[in-house]
Design a protein around this ligand. Structure first.
Ligand code: FE
Ligand code: FE
Ligand code: ZN
Length: 276
């Protein structure tokens, strides 16, 4: 069975997202922990969180995925921006303990001219200052497209971050299909080759989630513009391979395509029909 969902608005609370996911034919979802451009989060509603936890159990949900705001840059040059990253991630991860055993995804960051090495060190430093032994959330580094000075468009870079993290057992990777395409990994013609490369450089045991997005741009474009499933350079046939691949087929998959709920519902149905 495909574990699939899409990005949902958190504005009506946790339980509402669970119910919406089911109404779209999914059994998981992704949400922003707060305004994607930053800002403070609402106080956590413990009853609402508990309701979602029960709802997920009753409805056989896969793990859900919280997404950090895009403005979180762990390897910014300006110290106050790194401080924002620290405060935001720490607060987000404390909140995630109300939804124990799920996942939190973030963009590793942009080194803004400091160089990849410095970027990698700053990202690992941030994680080392935040992660704690008893935490129940798996923190995912997202594979990036490589636009601007983004860190994490090469599997090697993600590996180097993980190698520097003391509590690396808390770290996984979320593979974004649009981003890896744009970074130059040919999942259309050589999915096996890309996954072998992932295994060699990072280890497939770290792969915890998939962002399913088609791309408006060709292989290696380093752009990061998501397209509807089947309408971009990746194409429906590649997604058919992805949802059936033995190392991917059981992972939770999240759509971040340019869609309203009706469009997400159609894509979820399409992807389910593609899985054999
Ligand atoms: Fe993302
Ligand atoms: Fe993504
Ligand atoms: Zn993206």
């Amino acid at each position: 069975m495909l574990n699939i969902g899409c990005h949902l608005s958190a504005s009506k609370g946790f339980l509402n997202m669970g119910e919406t996911a089911v109404s779209l034919g999914g059994n998981t979802f992704q949400f922003f922990t707060r305004n994607p451009r930053g800002g403070s989060a609402k106080d956590i509603d413990k009853n609402d969180a508990d309701s979602l936890v029960s709802f997920m159990k009753e409805n056989g949900f896969a793990k859900i995925l919280a997404h950090a705001p895009y403005t979180l840059n762990a390897c910014a040059k300006v110290p106050s921006i790194r401080e924002f990253a620290y405060n935001t991630m720490l607060d987000d991860l404390k909140r995630m303990e109300y939804l124990p055993g799920n996942m939190y995804n973030f963009h590793p960051g942009s080194h803004v001219g400091q160089g990849v090495e410095t970027g990698i060190e700053l990202i690992a430093d941030l994680l080392n200052s935040i992660l704690w032994e008893e935490q129940q959330t798996c923190v995912l580094l997202e594979t990036m497209a490589g636009k601007g000075s983004e860190v994490g468009s090469r599997f090697e870079e993600l590996r180097q971050i993980i190698d520097r993290v003391n509590l690396s057992g808390k770290i996984g990777v979320c593979l974004d299909t649009c981003h890896v395409n744009d970074a130059g990994y040919d999942i259309v013609n050589d999915l096996d080759g890309v996954l072998n490369e992932f295994d060699k450089k990072i280890g497939l045991n770290r792969l915890k989630a998939i962002h399913l997005n088609d791309s408006k741009n060709p292989l290696g474009a380093r752009k990061d513009r998501h397209e509807k499933i089947g309408d971009g350079y990746i194409g429906e046939a590649a997604f058919e391979k992805i949802v059936n691949h033995p190392v991917l087929r059981d992972l939770p998959m999240f759509l971040e395509t340019p869609n309203e709920l009706e469009g997400y519902k159609r894509e979820i149905a399409l992807l389910k029909s593609l899985q054999r």
